[in-house]
Design a protein around this ligand. Sequence first.
Ligand SMILES: Cc1cc2nc3c(=O)[nH]c(=O)nc-3n(C[C@H](O)[C@H](O)[C@H](O)COP(=O)(O)OP(=O)(O)OC[C@H]3O[C@@H](n4cnc5c(N)ncnc54)[C@H](O)[C@@H]3O)c2cc1C
Length: 468
Amino acid sequence: MALPKTLDVTAIETKPAGVHVQAPSRLARWTDGTRIILKLLSILLPHSFHLLNLRLTAARHDRTYKAVPSPKNIVVIGGSFAGVKAAGWLANAVPTGYRVVLIEKNSHFNYWFAFPRYSVIKGYEEGAFIPYEDILAGPIKKGSLLRVQAEAADVTDKQVVLANGEAMEYEYLVIATGSSQPPPAKMKSLDREGAAGELRANQGRIAAAKRIAVIGSGAVGVEVASDIKGYFPDKAVTLFSSRDVVMPSFAPKLRTHVASRLEHLGVDLRYHARPRALEGGKAVQFPDGTTEEFDLVVSYRLSQWAHLIFAQLPCTGQSPNSGLIGSFLPEAISKQTGRILVKPNFQLKLADHAYQNIFALGDVAEHGGPRMARAVYVQAGIVRDNLLQMIKGGSPSKEYKPEIWMEGAIQLTVGKVCSAPRRGEVRELADSDRMNRSHTCLVRMARICCFLVLGGQMTLRLSMGGGW
Ligand SMILES: Cc1cc2nc3c(=O)[nH]c(=O)nc-3n(C[C@H](O)[C@H](O)[C@H](O)COP(=O)(O)OP(=O)(O)OC[C@H]3O[C@@H](n4cnc5c(N)ncnc54)[C@H](O)[C@@H]3O)c2cc1C
């Protein structure tokens, strides 16, 4: 495998044989540590003020907001990471006479991050579907937020039309419809019972298989392969990567560390391999026509995020859910990516500057930032501020400048017993099962905190435990 001769991460005790790990000098570690702390402070301080401001605004809103019979609607379509944050923050700040309407087709908040692990292990799947009452809990004043479980089918200049034919007038519209991915990256069922059943079916396929191939070595492929091997060490797991590394869009130090962890777990890593899953999900075929048989093939084709499918399912790719705007304003859709074109303030980017009361954010929007949860939170704050400015008669002047190093951070599991170098040691967390009992298991359990495209400039600091 193509590991560099030296690794810049701190010594990894459990390194596989043949991998030479050279610890960085004390000065290099100190310099990197200082740079990371300064960088963190430059982001966290303004962010803390922003959160404090949100709390103060919510407290004031609680005293002053009054529900009225026919309020003007700020309609948010999509109740995942982007929509929930935008809707919650807006509902805590809208003046009397306005209310936020959150339209989401799923009955529960789908915690996608847990899906790879819950496709492998039994018993926790219900926890990946969180009641909206819990997600939207907090000091939201009665009457300022209405949640509607429905699919938005159409958008006009004044209305959102639901699949059941009902129409909802809007004054402002926020599109947060994200992207579609085939199961098990995302489930088909809209209710908790059905979706949890889909996860259980995946678990059953994995439990029944002895030799499993995972195609695609992005974050989700890595998580699935390492969890199968971590929870079922007797199974033979092969992870195919089309490149000479795993997780190619992440920083080199992370890639090296993850590769060594996978090898340590006993995952058979195959680089420069581009097989495709054959129908039936029991064999793969390489470009030269040769085939290899497995009991189960899990195919994860790399796009920005998960395209994880069990081979018997059709491979349709990740696609932005931009159709609502696409049929209403086709010129607002990028021809290259199919995402909604937005200005840095998240208003629609149209040549004639029309429809400036429509915003789009998150994975459905073309914003230049990472397609990840933290980025989406930052964007939701900007949409909130700009929209409130417009209500007050001001101009939406806040602009998004992606902070890739922060917004591109990922929490990643590499098997049941996760390890991460910290102060020159590897700390193993043996009891991650216990932590799985919470629906936020992936947040609370050991995780590798890594940073996207650092370009190898800084020594990767990986942390585990504690609050995220
Ligand atoms: C398996 C997996 C693991 C991931 N792990 C990480 C991770 O560790 N860290 C990280 O930062 N990011 C991770 N991501 C990426 C992250 O989840 C996305 O960046 C984030 O979900 C984007 O949020 P969003 O709200 O823009 O869109 P989405 O999460 O795609 O949500 C869109 C929402 O809109 C709803 N919707 C769509 N169309 C309609 C309609 N017409 N009517 C009503 N509702 C509609 C959908 O039901 C959905 O709830 C992961 C993604 C996946 C799939």
